[in-house]
Every structure is written in structure tokens, then in C-alpha cells.
Design a protein around this ligand. Structure first.
Ligand SMILES: Nc1nc2c(ncn2[C@@H]2O[C@H](COP(=O)(O)OP(=O)(O)OP(=O)(O)O)[C@@H](O)[C@H]2O)c(=O)[nH]1
Ligand SMILES: [Mg+2]
Length: 388
């Protein structure tokens, strides 16, 4: 499953975002460093289910919307200078080792300083938060690179190792792949022996840019000054969010008060509300009208589809009825990286199926496709293998 980290400075609303997205009960409080141990939960991307396009009924979607799981990790807050031990330090960045992408939650209302302490609305410039997170991530990678740099260089020279392969192995624990390292070296300079401290820092930055793709959530948009939100959108392509409002909606929906699907632009009231609830939901509705949604779903979809470049495919066993062997219509929707081939998909379903792959069928076109066919978004695919 795709893993996505939720990072940012303390008190920005990371755990609120996480709780609203995963409905996992976690601690939320108006002071820095509420979260210390990482929280892990399941959130969902929301897509139009292919059943409508095919004119069949499936049991896996809600009102035509398919929710596909991704793993979310909410980690401790990071402050400037964390790499040098400020705040809780940056050891917990280790929790992001497996994350393919990062959602950076920033307090767009500017009501918390760089350490997460409360200040007046608009008193702090949240753009600074985006920058320092980058810097802290860079320093983290720099620290790891630097630890063994001289020895690694010697080994590359003496043992005639391929530098890209060798460094990728050294960084494998952080999820780096060869192309990240290759491109980063190209950007900084191919003569590794000439790397001093500043080149190594740049190298770390280039690596981070390629490995740690981010989406910025301009959170607390419900109380943020417009100019701060606009600035975050302009500079960082941020998405305005209100994690607090999403949480209100999710809880109200769970308790049967409203009908609301994550990402919706409105909700329907299903049972009588008391005055307080009514008032709260009115404020939330005004926000939805203004921003189109709470933004939480947009952020999750954006990181998975736009930034990490995933597509959705539907494996089936029966290419005419679009079912599995038990007759379930479109039983699975899976996220695969753009560029995944039919044979890769077979391996993802099961190693054995990959190994004994014969051909696949594009169920929409009823067309036989080969192992090197590159999957497209919303493809419905039957894999034919000797394994079954
Ligand atoms: N108005 C408003 N308040 C929010 C929003 N999201 C979170 N908050 C509040 O911000 C405070 C901090 O929220 P948390 O989710 O605990 O923040 P965090 O980033 O996880 O903080 P640490 O775990 O300490 O790093 C709490 O008082 C939340 O209720 C939001 O969208 N709007
Ligand atoms: Mg937290």
C-alpha cells in the first residue's frame, strides 16, 4: 500500500488532519509536541468508480465513488534547527523512511510561531514553515550522507564501484532509487571527489526534491487571513484545508446526523440537531460554499495522482461480466504507478501469477494485450496465467 507521511511544525493540525482522514482516535491539543510516537492509519483516495462507465452495478462504491486505501503516518512536529537537536530533534524523521510522499500541514492562519506556540492570527508568516521543513529534511539527508562520505568515496575509487549503484545502496534505507541518485549527481557535479560540505548539502537537497514529493495543506483556512492563503497557493501550490471542519463532518456523518462523503461540497442533514450542532454545521457549510470542500480529500488525491503519478486499475477474472470468480463485480480497484505494465500488474497480484503470465485482456475493449502493455487509468484487466 502507498505510504504517505504527514509532516510539519508542531500545532499546525497534523493530527487533526490525520484523525479526520483516517477516523483513528488520536490526541489533538492546542500546544506543541502533542504527538511523539507516530500514528498510523488508513485514509482513502476518492475516484469515480469505473462501474458507471461500464454500465454495471458494483458493491464496492458509494454513490458511484470509489474509496481506495492508502496508508497515512502522522509524525511529531519539526521545528527549525531540529537537525541540531532543537525541539524533539529530527530522529523521528526516520518514521518517514517508507513514505513515498509527504503532506506538509502548515498553519495558514499564521497563529502559531515557528515552534508551534500560539500567537495572534496573521502574526507569523506560514511560508517560512514550508522552507524550513525542506531545510530540515535536507540536513537530515546531509547528516546521513556525511557520516560515511570519506569512507564511501574511498571504496568507490579503490573497489571501482559504480558510484550511483553504491550510493543508492547506502541510501536504500531511506527509499532512494538509482534514478534519484543519478539525477542528483548530475545536478551537483559528476566529480564526487570534489564535493565539499556545500556540494554535499546541495546533493542532499537535490536528493530530497526527487525522493520526497510534497503537497502543502494550507490548514486552519477557516480562520486564516485571505492573503496568507493566497500566498501559500501562489508560492507552493498549496490547497486550503480545514482539518477541524473535516473532522466535524466525519464525526457527524458517523453518528448519523448528516450524509457526507469525504470531499463533498455540501452535506445533507438527516436528523434533528441541537442548537449548538446546528450553529457549528452552519459555519462549516459556509466554509464549504467558499472553498468548495474542506480540502482534505483534495490533498490526498493530489499527492497520490498528481504528484506521485498513480492511476487506478481494476483487475477482474471475467472480462465480460467484470467479476471475480465468485461473481463480485469489480471487486478490486488498485493504485499502480503510471508506466506499470500488464505483466507488472500480474506480479502485484501474486508472484506466481506474474511468473506464469501468458497474456492479459483489456476487458473494456475485449482485446488481448501483451505483457508489455502499459496500463491506463481506469483499465479493467483480466490476467491469463498458467497458475490457474
Ligand atoms: N481553526 C482550526 N483549528 C485547527 C485546525 N486543525 C487543527 N486545529 C487545532 O490546532 C491545534 C493543534 O492540532 P493538532 O492536530 O494537535 O496539531 P499537530 O500538528 O498534530 O501538533 P503536534 O502533534 O503538537 O505536532 C488543536 O487545537 C486543533 O484543534 C483547523 O483546520 N482549523
Ligand atoms: Mg500531532
Amino acid at each position: 500500500m502507498i505510504e504517505i507521511g504527514v509532516a510539519g511544525k508542531p500545532n499546525a493540525g497534523k493530527s487533526t488532519f490525520f484523525k479526520a482522514a483516517t477516523m483513528t482516535d488520536v490526541e489533538i491539543a492546542n500546544y506543541p509536541f502533542t504527538t511523539i510516537k507516530p500514528n498510523i492509519g488508513i485514509a482513502y483516495v476518492r475516484v469515480k468508480c469505473v462501474c458507471q462507465e461500464l454500465g454495471v452495478k458494483c458493491k464496492e462504491c458509494v454513490d458511484g465513488w470509489r474509496f481506495i486505501p492508502v496508508k497515512l503516518i502522522d509524525i511529531a512536529g519539526l521545528v527549525p534547527g531540529a537537525h541540531a537537536g532543537r525541539g524533539l530533534g529530527n530522529e523521528f524523521l526516520d518514521n518517514l523512511r517508507q513514505s513515498e510522499g509527504i503532506i506538509q500541514v502548515v498553519d495558514a492562519s499564521g497563529s502559531t510561531d515557528e515552534d508551534g506556540n500560539e500567537v495572534g492570527i496573521g502574526e507569523y508568516n506560514p511560508c517560512k514553515d514550508v522552507e524550513f521543513l525542506h531545510e530540515e529534511l535536507d540536513m537530515w539527508i546531509f547528516g546521513i550522507l556525511k557520516r560515511n562520505w570519506d569512507r564511501n568515496l574511498r571504496r568507490i575509487t579503490m573497489e571501482k564501484k559504480d558510484p550511483v549503484k553504491f550510493l543508492t545502496e547506502q541510501l536504500a534505507g531511506l527509499g532512494f532509487e538509482e534514478y534519484h541518485v543519478k539525477e542528483a549527481i548530475r545536478a551537483v557535479g559528476t566529480d564526487l571527489s570534489s564535493y565539499g560540505e556545500s556540494e554535499l548539502k546541495r546533493f542532499a537537497g537535490e536528493l530530497r526534491k526527487r525522493r520526497m514529493k510534497m503537497v502543502v495543506a494550507a490548514n486552519k483556512a477557516d480562520k486564516a487571513p485571505e492573503e496568507l492563503i493566497s500566498k501559500l497557493i501562489e508560492e507552493y501550490n498549496a490547497i486550503p484545508t480545514s482539518a477541524a471542519f473535516e473532522l466535524i463532518l466525519r464525526v457527524a456523518a458517523k453518528n448519523g446526523y448528516i450524509k457526507y462523503l469525504p470531499g463533498d461540497s455540501d452535506f445533507e442533514i438527516l436528523k434533528p440537531l441541537n442548537e449548538k450542532q446546528e450553529k457549528a454545521l452552519k459555519v462549516v457549510r459556509d466554509f464549504l460554499k467558499k472553498f468548495g470542500s474542506t480540502g482534505i480529500q483534495n490533498v490526498i488525491n493530489k499527492i497520490v495522482f498528481d504528484v506521485l503519478d498513480y492511476i487506478v486499475v481494476y483487475p477482474v477474472e471475467d472480462e465480460n461480466k467484470y467479476t471475480d470468480t465468485k461473481g463480485n463485480v469489480l471487486p478490486d480497484a488498485i493504485l499502480v504507478k503510471r508506466g506499470t505494465t500488464a505483466k507488472d500488474l500480474a506480479y502485484m497480484i501474486h508472484t506466481e501469477i506474474g511468473e506464469s503470465f501468458i497474456y492479459a485482456v483489456d476487458a473494456k475493449k475485449k482485446m488481448r494485450i501483451g505483457d508489455d502493455y502499459v496500463l491506463e487509468n481506469n483499465d479493467v484487466i483480466k490476467i491469463v496465467s498458467a497458475a490457474r
